[in-house]
Design a binder for this molecule. Structure first.
Ligand code: ASP
Length: 326
């Protein structure tokens, strides 16, 4: 009797041990990247689509390699976004859209999930890589947010790469500006963002944009606003948003993803889909996307436009890059 009881116990323990050994290993690092949500991506010709796909793929590789070597999520986010800012096909850095005055004003923010330190710049006109300036605001000042001329002066002091406004002139964005001025639809695609979990367990998020085509001079969108377009907290997740920024600002969307996880214990997937279904639709903000990665490496990339350029990778070998809706 005693023997058979022991036998059953041993068998049970073995079963638990085997099922544990088969369980997926925990995700050590994970990264997700977006290149903006918008129906306009569908109007690209074949070659342009390949260009976008290739660039997002390169961005994911840059970030994944940093994380795989034990680098930090902040470095991954900054380097991924710098790469996308230098590519004229995205509405960030080089490819920034035109504002109503025919100029370019760039916005960016970055956040460290460790202690919620963050940095942001808005309305900068001479900075090649606004995401790096945002990081410098975080690490080299006692502030979190610098705007317009003050941010450009700070950029000079920090010796970052400065460029002339002409640097941001691209035919694609000029044509888009003409279309929007002629009252045609703005397909607002091309803002870039990145969220990452590193092997030290730290999250980071960043977003960079030229804003909306023909935006009023001085308009600031959600991308540089921590809690609206960007958020990161090691206890929950890192978030980067894209879409018509006004909806994201008034609904504190990036923070809401994190708050839903913290207070309602919602899985990130559900938190983001409920924000689309309830908050953004009710606010008629039915055009945009959200990417997030959690403290345990779960990635979600959701949008309600017809397309969002995006990619993801993690330590389990996941690697994907997609442009249109699945
Ligand atoms: N969210 C950006 C803004 O409103 C634009 C975009 O994501 O396409 O400035």
């Amino acid at each position: 009797m005693k023997r058979s009881f022991l036998g059953v116990l041993l068998l049970g323990l073995c079963a638990i041990w085997i099922s544990d050994a088969r369980a997926d290993p925990p995700i050590k690092y994970a990264i997700a990247v977006h290149g903006g949500a918008g129906n306009g991506w569908l109007r690209l010709d074949g070659e342009e689509r390949i260009e976008v796909h290739t660039s997002i793929k390169q961005a994911v590789i840059i970030g994944r390699d940093i994380l795989a070597k034990g680098g930090t999520s902040l470095d991954a986010v900054e380097q991924v976004i710098r790469h996308l800012e230098d590519d004229p096909i995205f509405n960030a850095g080089k490819g920034a859209v035109f504002n109503s005055a025919g100029g370019h004003e760039l916005d960016a923010s970055i956040m460290d999930g460790r202690g919620r330190s963050c940095g942001a710049v808005a309305g900068v006109k001479t900075v090649r890589n606004p995401i790096s300036l945002a990081r410098l605001v975080m690490t080299r000042t006692r502030h979190v947010f610098l705007s317009s001329d003050g941010a450009d002066v700070f950029a000079k002091e920090m010796n970052v790469d400065l460029v002339d406004q002409k640097y941001f002139w691209t035919q694609r964005r000029y044509d888009a500006w003409q279309r929007v001025k002629a009252k045609q639809k703005d397909d607002h695609k091309g803002t870039v963002g990145c969220v990452a979990l590193d092997s030290h367990g730290n999250l980071a998020a960043g977003t960079s944009t030229g804003g909306l085509t023909n935006k009023l001079y001085g308009r600031i969108g959600d991308s540089p606003i921590v809690g609206a377009g960007t958020y990161a907290d090691n206890n929950t997740c890192a978030v980067s948003c894209t879409g018509v920024g006004e909806h994201y600002i008034r609904n504190a969307i990036a923070y809401d993803v994190s708050a839903r996880m913290a207070y309602r214990k919602q899985p990130v997937e559900d938190a983001v889909s409920e924000i689309f279904e309830k908050t953004l639709i009710a606010d008629k903000g039915q055009v945009g996307g959200i990417i997030a990665v959690t403290h345990d490496g779960k990635i979600t990339m959701q949008f309600n436009t017809k397309a969002m350029a995006r990619g993801a990778a993690d330590s389990s070998g996941r690697f994907d890059v997609v442009l249109v809706a699945d």
